[in-house]
Write a protein that binds this ligand. Sequence first.
Ligand code: FES
Length: 189
Amino acid sequence: MAEEKEAVETQEAEQPTPGLVRAPLRGEVSRRGFLSVLGLGWAVFAGALAAVLGAMGRFMFPNVLFEPPQEFKAGYPEDFAVDAVDERFAASFGVWIVRESTGFYALSTVCTHLGCTPNWLSADEKFKCPCHGSGFIKTGINIEGPAPRPLERYRIVLAEDGQIQIDKNTKYQQEKGQWELDGAYLYYA
Ligand code: FES
């Protein structure tokens, strides 16, 4: 009888009071704690996976800068008007091609002050930089504003097929006397 009573008392002691949640005992992990640990694990795994996939993506599709070729053909001499600045290659290659009665030269479109792109103002017969107001006459010589030197010229020759060929790998600077060198001017009458 005494044993029965003791069993009932033990059973009652183990029954949780309705409405109360039993606190986990030491060494015991609650269901909510277990789920949050599991969620954290998955988040760490997903983050690591995303980082690995991102690195793989960068490896397979690297950032490549596509620059226009440094050498190009600009067409036949007859395609150019005498005493005119040809702007067809300014946007794509950064070059103005100027034809005079005696020949051609290729001017860089990079302002020698801080590198902006001047505009050709045909009415004023000059290149005018919109950034700080430097001006250059048709030959490329600087005449106003902060630009410290003339525009640079690029190598210009006649290719075997008779077209004008520009090579931007070779530059000529007037202040160094390089406009007199072969390739800085294409004589063509
Ligand atoms: S960059 Fe052309 S004037 Fe300054």
